[in-house]
Unconditional design. Structure first.
Length: 395
């Protein structure tokens, strides 16, 4: 295998795999470098990725116009990616967003409605009684109102989406290298990308899409301004005999009166162990991870017991039938930029670029975010409008 490429993408997660696909469509000499998923996370000493999961919410409605555009452009390409790769990852089961009824002190649902109309969607509005009749497995309190988006929403399988993106990139000629990058620097031969395996690869331009691991001390020539937070998710095992009771369940975002109880919930999904789980997430507080060793240790920990109990209480209230279910938990991270949008731009003079900062909302939008990263390398710059929004900051 050659050690010289035109473009290298560091990171085989959702953004990196998408960037590699878009690059390989327009250019030869593309490589994407990143390790495979570890077989035993609790004993794994290397890096991790947050796409090691089976379900993430996808929806077109977002009160923020930037995130709405990223999501809608990505969702519009889901079916093409599935068809071309032969890998299914998109489950259009719909999305339900529930919060305090409009007209009160909390404008959450009103903002969701305005966002829907802004992009030309007329979602179904459901008050308390209608919510109970339409979705009998949920139990919402009095004074709640729901925004139901039946089409163009649901959940995606991030593992399968990364697999589909990688398959298409490879089909277009991209080289996939299952190694872990530790350092990216300018070199006399170009940009040198060094791996823990002891290899060095060179490229004209490099895009570092390393998620929370972008804060690694020696990875970039200068550290990107990124805050990484620990997140815990809880899994409720659903017996096969109970699955019919959950038929038609959409993805859920619940914004109750107490903002600390804000959660997202995925319908029952089958996981690699063969079991079916209902997943819930929504940490009541932030635990910042300030170094790469802390991020690794967090993934190995498997999550926080206090958050698991918090989520278990909420799930039992929202979905009473899971109150006695077996509950397990998992660890992941979210990465936030100062702007609240992905950081897409150059670290140096148009040779080393960064693509990071999902801000807790990037899974559904990863294809468009990856496309922007690819354009940065292909064109040497983003459009002035995109640069104004996505320009990274450095420490």
């Amino acid at each position: 295998m050659s050690d010289r490429f035109k473009f290298i993408v560091v990171g085989r997660g959702m953004m990196g795999a998408a960037a590699a696909r878009h690059l390989s469509i327009e250019s030869e000499g593309v490589a994407v470098i990143g390790p495979d998923e570890p077989a035993d996370p609790a004993r794994h000493e290397g890096v991790f990725a947050s796409h090691y999961d089976e379900a993430r919410i996808t929806r077109t409605i977002d009160p923020d116009p930037v995130w709405a555009a990223l999501a809608n452009r990505s969702i519009a390409r889901y079916r093409d990616i599935e068809r071309e790769s032969g890998i299914d990852f998109y489950h259009e089961v719909g999305s339900l967003i529930v919060g305090p009824k409009r007209g009160g002190s909390d404008p959450y649902v009103e903002r969701i409605c305005e966002a829907a109309h802004h992009i030309g969607i007329a979602p179904q509005m459901l008050e308390c009684t209608a919510l109970s009749e339409r979705f009998p497995y949920f139990s919402f309190g009095a004074g709640q109102e729901g925004v139901h988006e039946a089409a163009g929403a649901g959940y995606l399988n991030p593992r399968q989406m990364v697999r589909a993106q990688s398959c298409l990139a490879h089909r277009e000629g991209a080289t996939l290298i299952a190694e872990t990058v530790v350092c990216v620097r300018d070199d006399i031969r170009g940009v040198a990308v060094r791996t823990v395996e002891g290899n060095t690869y060179y490229a004209d331009r490099v895009l570092v899409a390393a998620g929370g691991f972008s804060i690694a001390e020696h990875l970039l020539p200068r550290p990107v301004d990124l805050k990484v937070y620990a997140r815990t998710v809880a899994f409720f095992e659903i017996p096969e005999t109970d699955l019919d009771a959950f038929a038609g369940m959409p993805s859920l975002i619940h914004h109750p009166d107490d903002p600390l109880d804000h959660i997202y919930l995925l319908p029952p999904v089958r996981y690699p162990d063969g079991k079916v789980y209902l997943k819930i997430g929504g940490d009541p507080d932030d635990l910042e991870l300030t170094s790469e060793p802390e991020v690794r240790a967090w993934y190995r920990s498997g999550g926080r017991e206090t958050t698991r109990r918090h989520l278990a209480r909420i799930a039992a209230e929202l979905v009473p039938s899971v109150a006695k279910a077996t509950v397990t938990m998992g660890a992941c991270v979210t990465s936030f930029t100062p702007s609240g949008y992905p950081a897409i731009g150059y670290v140096d003079e148009e040779r080393i670029a960064v693509l990071t900062g999902g801000c807790g909302a990037a899974a559904k939008s990863s294809d468009e975010i990856g496309r922007l990263g690819a354009r940065l390398l292909l064109d040497g710059a983003l459009s002035p409008e995109d640069q104004a929004v996505f320009a990274p900051r450095f420490r």
